[in-house]
Design a protein around this ligand. Structure first.
Ligand code: PLP
Length: 371
C-alpha cells in the first residue's frame, strides 16, 4: 500500500492493523495483566489499546507519541523528567493549569521557573541563558498569541536548552511542531484530537527514542496512563479531526470577521484576522488559523457575563476543541489575572451551521446591551 502522505489521510488510516485477519478498527482490551512471556505484561506499563492512538498522533506529528490520562498529566511528565532546580523558561500567557503546575513546582523549590512574554521573540531569547527547558504554548490560551517556534527552537538549541510546546490549540493537523524544531510536542487530547467533550486524554510526541522511553518511564511510575476506552475514543476522534477542523475553523473565521464589525465588541483576537499581531507568523507556521477566538465586550465584565448567559445554542462552559461551540469569560478565573482582560470571552467554535451560531451570538450581544 502506498504510504499515506497527507494529514487528512493519516487521520483516517493511522493506527490500523494491516495484516490478514486484523480487525479494521483496533479493539478495546480491558485486561490489566497478561500471562508472562508475551509482548504485554501489565496495563500501567503497556497496553494494546493505547498504542493505536499513540501511533496515530505519532504519524500526525512525524515522531513517536506517548499517551497520558490527561493533558495535565502529559505536561507534568515533561516537568518531572527535569533535574531538581532546573531552569524552565515559561510563557506569561498559557493555559492556567499548566502555569499553576509550573508555579507550584517553583514555590516548592523543584524547578526554577522564569515567566516571559513569549510572543516577544527577542525578549524570550534574551532570557534563555541557563534554561534547561523552554516551555511554550502556541497559539496561547486564551489570548491566541502566536510564538515563533522555529526561532525559539533554534535559539534554545544553540544554548544547549530543549524546547517543548503545548500545541493543543493548533492540533497536530495545523502545526507540525517537531518539524519546526520542538523537541517535544504536547497536546491535551481532551480537546480537538478527541473532539467530542467526552474524554480526558493527553499526549506528548517526540522524535528521540530516549525521550519516548523517559516519558513511558514517568507514566509507568506515576500511573498517569489512559484507560483503554479513553484511548479508543481518542483514536475515534482523530478519524474525523480534519473534517471537523475544516468546518470549525471556517466557522471561526466567519464569526471573527462578523464580531469585528459588531458595535458591542471592542476587540477580536483570531490569528486569521489580518490585524492580529501574530497573523503573518501564524500563516507561516500553521496550515490553518484554528477554531479558537477571543473577543472583548466594550461595556465590561458584567456585560460579558450577560453575553455568556444570554446565548441559547452556545453553551456557557469551559473547555474547547469539541464539535459543540462553547464560550466563557476567562477573566472570572483569578489565575488569569493580570494578563487576561476581565471583559474577554473565549469562544471555542464548533461544527454547527455558522448562521445559527451567529444569530445566537447576535441575540446574546443584544440581550446584554438591553439589560
Ligand atoms: C492549552 C491547554 N493545555 C493543557 C490543558 C490541560 O488539559 P487536560 O484538561 O486534558 O488535562 C488544557 C485544558 O484546557 C489546555 O487548554
Amino acid at each position: 500500500m502506498p504510504k499515506p502522505a497527507r494529514p487528512e489521510t493519516v487521520c483516517v488510516e493511522a493506527g490500523r492493523g494491516r495484516s490478514v485477519g486484523d480487525p479494521v478498527n483496533p479493539e478495546v482490551h480491558l485486561a490489566t495483566t497478561y500471562r508472562q512471556g508475551g509482548t504485554y505484561e501489565y496495563m500501567r506499563k503497556a497496553s494494546p489499546s493505547i498504542e493505536p492512538f499513540e501511533r496515530a498522533v505519532g504519524a500526525l506529528e512525524g515522531g513517536h507519541a506517548v499517551a497520558f490520562s490527561s493533558g495535565m498529566a502529559a505536561a507534568a511528565a515533561v516537568f518531572d523528567g527535569l533535574a531538581v532546580g532546573a531552569r524552565v523558561l515559561a510563557p506569561t500567557v498559557a493555559y492556567l493549569g499548566v502555569r499553576e503546575l509550573l508555579a507550584t513546582r517553583h514555590e516548592r523549590g523543584l524547578l526554577d521557573v522564569l515567566f516571559v512574554d513569549q510572543t516577544d521573540t527577542r525578549a524570550t531569547i534574551a532570557a534563555m541563558d541557563g534554561a534547561e527547558l523552554v516551555w511554550t504554548e502556541t497559539p496561547n490560551n486564551p489570548l491566541l498569541g502566536i510564538t515563533d517556534l522555529a526561532a525559539l527552537a533554534a535559539a534554545a538549541h544553540e544554548r544547549g536548552a530543549r524546547i517543548a510546546v503545548d500545541a493543543t490549540l493548533a492540533s497536530p493537523l495545523l502545526q507540525r511542531s517537531l518539524d519546526l524544531g520542538a523537541d517535544l510536542a504536547m497536546h491535551s487530547a481532551t480537546k480537538s484530537l478527541a473532539g467530542h467533550a467526552d474524554v480526558l486524554l493527553g499526549v506528548v510526541a517526540t522524535r528521540e527514542e530516549a525521550d519516548r522511553e523517559a516519558l513511558v518511564g514517568q507514566r509507568t511510575m506515576t500511573g498517569a496512563v489512559p484507560g483503554p476506552f479513553e484511548s479508543f475514543l481518542g483514536l475515534r476522534g482523530i478519524r474525523t479531526l480534519s473534517v471537523r477542523m475544516e468546518r470549525c475553523q471556517a466557522n471561526a473565521a466567519e464569526l471573527a470577521a462578523r464580531l469585528s464589525n459588531h458595535a458591542a465588541v471592542s476587540r477580536v483576537r483570531y490569528p486569521g484576522l489580518a490585524d492580529h499581531p501574530g497573523h503573518e507568523l501564524a500563516a507561516r507556521q500553521m496550515s490553518g488559523f484554528g477554531s479558537m477566538l477571543s473577543f472583548e465586550i466594550g461595556a465590561g465584565a458584567e456585560a460579558a457575563d450577560a453575553v455568556c448567559r444570554g446565548a441559547r445554542l452556545i453553551a456557557n462552559a469551559t473547555s474547547l476543541g469539541g464539535v459543540e461551540t462553547l464560550m466563557e469569560r476567562r477573566g472570572r478565573y483569578v489565575e488569569e489575572q493580570p494578563h487576561v482582560p476581565a471583559n474577554l470571552i473565549r469562544l471555542s467554535v464548533g461544527c454547527e451551521h455558522v448562521e445559527d451560531l451567529w444569530s445566537d451570538l447576535e441575540g446574546a450581544l443584544a440581550a446584554a446591551r438591553d439589560r
